[in-house]
Every structure is written in structure tokens, then in C-alpha cells.
Design a protein around this ligand. Structure first.
Ligand code: NAD
Length: 584
């Protein structure tokens, strides 16, 4: 089944990679020379992340002209106005947001002020910008939760009125989203837990919401699987970069999903808890999520069963299993006898849907065990005996997210849920080793930098290595048989080397010694070549990342495949022999 209507588009270019913040030159080249306003916060300056980003941009034509680093958690109207004023005073023509959702949302709304002027409140609403073009925007998340780097919404607090103001504009989708897991490593476990639950809430609300769409469904379910496998691990082992990376990607996918399908009653209530009681957004979502799932269950039980499966809560389907066995096992005549088991399957699916809610409750308790995440509103900072309950309910009932909830939100239900979250005395749940599943992705190793200080060293080292390849009994033959002429054009330091196997014997040329026409030219940095001959890089992904620029009949280089494995083994051995032990 499909919805009657849906839209899907993602104009944002998303880059992911461990340490990618240091490799932005090509990615941002098309923006040319710019004067950027860097929006961030004091914690991130203190943690050295602002400096890390500045260093990354120093290798590009983009100059960080000024830094606004005063964004508080749950950014405010005043913050946005101060930030925009700074950017305007410095004549900035590009905005970079580096931080959690509060910083990224500030960058989005400050962009509107810098272009359109006026007060923040005047721009509150949805799609008011029409065709107005905003300044180019790059967003770099340092939490893995909001997905703000790929959403067309922003939320800014109005502390005078205890509410959070919503903004939705297509122009909020940034030009570039840079996902570098290293920038999330400094998150304390409690923040990792709360922001991770924010991402999970986005995925679940997008999947069950009224505005669901097939493309967003796929992303939401994949985000749920990634969170299932990596959230506890990222909390238990903060330096586990693959788990950090998987959470960052999950948050991004969930962001794309909910930017299309929107969020529901969980967000309606947690925005109100944020506005009235200043409960951090992710934590509020974590606590409210299972309660709203239980409230919505009957209206979307089939979808909640899919979610349970994505969470790994898989119940048997005896009818389907037996039916498949008979149909494809050559006993098709018996299939009608098991049709009645379809009702049993449906019963199991309903049980699975309910069990998915129990899974989320346990997950919160496990996060509390690992990170001391609060499990009730008293511990989350509500210390007035819930005196503002009515205000929370009123605020929640007028929140835009309520419109998309699959079941009509009732005020009494909001009150019941908030009261229950205030009273509950649920305890943390220890985490078993089996709950910390491996993340699957491989960790990136840090490559040495500037291995070849000058062209002469490069010619000596790589030239000598190529000569060795030629003479090696295992490699020399296949190299000669390739009948290829490949030229390597290195940068940092600049050098050209050509291997020509078209003649009687293989010849190695340095620089201008070669004057012919190579069949294939491979452009790359000298450091990349060093990592390549170590066998540490994936050439296909390097081509996608433009780390290697290949010109000519590239598929012909497949003839060199047989030499690669022995060459990778030879390279470190050769480096050690010539006294470059540390590079080996
Ligand atoms: P946050 O941005 O409010 O940050 C919380 C705290 O974490 C801050 O003190 C910050 O300095 C710190 N922090 C951030 N990254 C860190 C790091 N790597 N290491 C150490 N400390 C770090 O938290 P958030 O949950 O990312 O964002 C919440 C805000 O985002 C709320 O205002 C919420 O309404 C909004 N939001 C926006 C969207 C959207 O699509 N635009 C979606 C969800 C939430």
C-alpha cells in the first residue's frame, strides 16, 4: 500500500568519514573564496572541536571570518539575533554550524535574519521564505540525535513565554552536511544516551506517523537497526568510533525520514516539557516514547510490529514458516491446510508490537544503568511537584507535531502520561555483554602525514619500490603481461612517475623522463599513495571520494589486480629495508 501523495527530495550533500573534517578541500571547492560565520558553543570551544573545524577549513578557500560561540542548550531568540548581528557585521557570505541541534538550529534561523532582517518571531511558521535564497550553509553535527543537519525544521526557545518556536523552510536544508564520528567522541555518556534516543524517536514517529512515505520508511527502519546495534555500545565505550559513526549515520537517516514524514505526540509532549521545565530534548523524548507507543499501539499495531522486528524483537510466524516449507518444499497440495494459521501469525505480530514497547522501556533502563540517565521527571529536574502540569498539557496540545500523530491526541492522555513519568520509580537495568553488539563497521586507522617531505625523497622511495616490483619473481611477470602504461601524478610533494609495460621490458620513469602518452593517469596525494601500497585503502571508495582522480581507460588497470596483494606485502618490507621503519 502507498500513501495517496508523497514528496521526497534531499538537496543536501552528505559526507561521512572518520576524520573527514581534515579533508574538506575538494568537497567545498565549488563554493570558492568565502567569508564564513562559524556558529558553535562554549563547550565545543573548550573541547577543542571548534579549533579542529577551523584547522580543517584552513586547508580550503573558506576563511572563518568570525565565530559566534555562545549558543546555549535549547537556543533562544536573543542568541539567534546576536549571532546574525555578528555575521552581518563581518560581511559573512557563508554560515557553518558546528554543534548539537541547538547550534545547528541557530545557524539556520540566523541565516534567515542575515538575509531578510527583522526579529526572529516574524519568521516563525512554515514555508514563509518562498523563493528567497539564503546564504550557503554547512552543518556539522557533534551530537548524534537531532538529525538537524538534514531537516527543514528548526526550534528556538522563547524563554519569556516558556515555549519553543517552530520554523520550517526548505532553505534550511543545508548545502553540505559533514558527518565525522570523531566530533561526537567527546559527548559524555548521558548526552550520548539522550541524543541517541532522540534519533530513535524520530525514526519511530516517522514510521508510524500520518504522513508516512515509502522512502522515509526505509530510512527509518535502517536507522532503528543501527541504533539497536550501536547505542548501548557508544554509551559503554565512548571511544568506539565505529559505534559513534553508526549512531551519527542513524541520526542522519532518521532526520531525513522525519523531515519528510514529520514527528508526532512524543515530540508534542517533549517540546512542552522542554519549554516549561527545560528538560533536555533527547531525554524528554526517551521518557515519553514508550508511553506514546502504548497510546498509539492499536491505531498502527502492524507498523509497531515492523519496528519491533527492526529492534530485533522477532516472534515466530508458524503459519508463514510452515506454508513456505510446504509450498517450496514440494508439498504445495498441503498449503490450504495451514492457511488457518494466518490468524496465529497475526496474534504473534500483535504480541511482537507490544514487546517492542517493552524493549524500549528496558533500553531506557539499560541506558540509565550505563549513563545515569534519569528515568523519571523528578530526577530530570521537575522539583515543583508537577505544579505546571496544566501548562505542559496546554502547550503540548497546541504543538504542531500533534497533527501528525496516528491517533488523535487527547488532553487527558497527555496529563496521564506526564503524571506517570513524574511518579514512576522504575530502576536501572544492568547491561549484559551480549547487549553490546559489535558495530560491524571497521575503525579507520590514522595514516601518517607528509611521509615524503620532498619530491626527491618520493622519487627515491617510490621509484625504488617500483623497480623492486619489476624485479620481484611473483610480481614482475604479471606486471609485464599487463602491457599497460600507467602514470601516477602525485601532490604534496609534486612528482610524476610512469610505469610503462608496453615494450620488451617494464620501464620506470621519473618526472619528465617520460614524454609519451600514458593510457591511464592516476592523480593522488603522495600520502594516499603510501597508504595505498600498504593495502590500507579501498580504491573504489577513494575514486568516489575524489581522493584518486583517474583519467583514461581506467578499467584496463584491472589487469594489475594480481600484483596488488604481493605488492602490499612487499611495501612495508621494502620500507624497512631502506631504513624507513617508522613509515613501514
Ligand atoms: P544541544 O545542541 O542542546 O547540546 C546539548 C549540550 O551538549 C550542549 O551543552 C553542548 O555544548 C553539548 N555538546 C554537543 N556536542 C558535544 C560533544 N561532541 N561533546 C561534548 N559536549 C557536546 O543538544 P541536541 O540534543 O543535539 O539538540 C537539542 C536541540 O535541537 C533542541 O533545541 C531541540 O529542540 C532541537 N532539535 C532540532 C531538530 C531539527 O530537526 N532541527 C530536531 C530535534 C531537536
Amino acid at each position: 500500500m502507498l500513501p495517496e501523495y508523497f514528496e521526497f527530495s534531499l538537496p543536501t550533500r552528505v559526507l561521512y568519514g572518520i576524520g573527514i573534517i581534515d579533508q574538506l578541500r575538494d568537497a567545498v571547492a565549488s563554493w570558492g573564496q568565502r567569508r564564513a560565520l562559524l556558529v558553535t558553543d562554549a563547550v565545543l570551544v573548550q573541547a577543542g572541536l571548534a579549533e579542529r573545524a577551523k584547522t580543517g577549513f584552513r586547508q580550503t578557500a573558506i576563511e572563518i571570518a568570525c565565530v559566534y560561540d555562545q549558543v546555549p542548550p535549547n537556543s533562544t531568540i536573543q542568541t539567534v539575533e546576536d549571532c546574525a548581528a555578528l555575521g552581518r557585521a563581518h560581511g559573512c557570505d557563508l554560515i557553518i554550524g558546528l554543534g548539537g541541534g541547538s547550534v545547528l538550529d541557530t545557524a539556520k534561523v540566523a541565516n534567515v535574519l542575515m538575509v531578510k532582517g527583522g526579529r526572529v518571531q516574524e519568521h516563525m511558521g512554515a514555508y514563509l521564505l518562498g523563493q528567497t535564497r539564503l546564504l550557503p550553509l554547512f552543518l556539522i553535527p557533534t551530537t548524534a540525535g537531532t538529525g538537524s543537519e538534514v531537516t527543514k525544521v528548526a526550534v528556538i526557545a522563547d524563554p519569556e513565554h516558556d515555549v519553543k518556536l517552530p520554523f520550517a523552510e526548505t532553505q534550511f536544508l543545508p548545502d553540505l552536511a559533514i558527518l565525522d564520528p570523531e566530533l561526537t567522541r567527546s559527548m559524555p555518556p548521558k548526552l550520548t544516551a539522550a541524543t541517541g534516543m532522540d534519533a530513535l524517536t524520530h525514526a519511530i514517529e516517522a514510521y508510524v506517523g500520518k504522513e508516512w512515505s515509502p522512502a522515509a520508511d526505509g530510512l527509518a527502519l535502517q536507522a532503528i537497526r543501527l541504533i539497536r546495534d550501536n547505542l548501548l555500545l557508544a554509551c559503554a565505550q565512548p571511544d568506539h568510533l565505529p559505534a559513534r559513526g553508526a549512531m551519527l549515520v542513524a541520526s542522519c537517516l532518521a532526520g531525513v525520514a522525519f523531515s519528510h514524514s514529520m514527528v508526532g505526540m512524543v515530540h508534542g509532549i517533549s517540546h512542552a516539557l522542554g519549554g516549561v521545565y527545560h528538560i533536555p530534548h533527547g531525554l524528554a523524548n526517551a521518557l515519553v516514547l514508550p508511553e506514546v507507543m502504548a497510546y498509539n499501539l492499536e491505531s498502527r499495531w502492524d507498523r509497531y510490529a515492523d519496528i519491533a522486528e527492526a529492534l530485533g524483537v522477532v516472534f515466530p510466524r508458524p503459519g508463514a514458516a510452515l506454508g513456505n516449507l510446504l509450498r517450496y518444499g514440494g508439498l504445495g497440495f498441503a498449503v490450504p491446510w495451514v492457511r488457518s494459521l494466518a490468524a496465529v501469525d497475526r496474534w504473534f505480530r500483535r504480541q511482537a508490537a507490544k514487546a517492542g514497547i517493552a524493549y524500549i522501556r528496558d533500553l531506557n533502563r539499560q541506558l540509565a544503568h550505563l549513563t545515569e540517565m534519569p528515568l523519571n521527571l523528578r530526577n530530570a529536574g521537575v522539583n515543583d511537584g508537577l505544579a505546571k502540569l496544566e501548562q505542559v498539557a496546554d502547550t503540548a496540545m497546541t504543538d504542531g507535531a500533534m497533527l501528525y500523530n496516528p491517533r488523535e491526541p487527547e488532553r487527558e492522555a497527555v496529563i496521564r502520561i506526564v503524571r506517570a513519568l513524574h511518579e514512576t520509580t522504575v530502576a536501572p537495568l544492568p547491561v549484559a555483554a551480549t547487549d553490546l553488539r559489535p558495530a560491524g563497521a571497521t575503525a579507520a586507522t590514522r595514516e601518517p602525514r607528509n611521509v615524503f617531505p620532498d619530491s626527491e625523497t618520493l622519487y627515491q622511495v617510490l621509484g625504488g619500490f617500483f623497480e623492486r616490483l619489476k624485479d620481484d619473481p611473483q610480481i614482475g611477470g604479471p606486471l609485464k603481461n599487463s602491457r599497460l602504461c600507467v602514470q601516477f601524478a602525485f601532490e604534496n610533494p609534486t612528482a610524476t612517475m610512469t610505469i610503462d609495460a608496453r615494450g620488451e621490458e617494464v620501464r620506470i620513469y621519473r618526472g619528465a623522463e617520460f614524454s609519451g602518452e600514458p593510457e591511464v593517469t592516476m592523480g593522488m596525494s603522495a600520502d594516499f599513495a603510501h597508504a595505498f601500497w600498504h593495502g590500507r585503502v579501498n580504491l573504489v571508495s577513494a575514486l568516489t571520494r575524489r581522493q584518486v582522480i583517474a583519467k583514461g581507460n581506467v578499467p584496463k588497470t584491472l589487469k594489475l589486480l594480481p600484483i596488488l596483494k604481493p605488492a602490499y606485502a612487499l611495501y612495508p618490507q621494502y620500507l624497512a629495508e631502506i631504513g624507513m621503519k617508522e613509515a613501514a
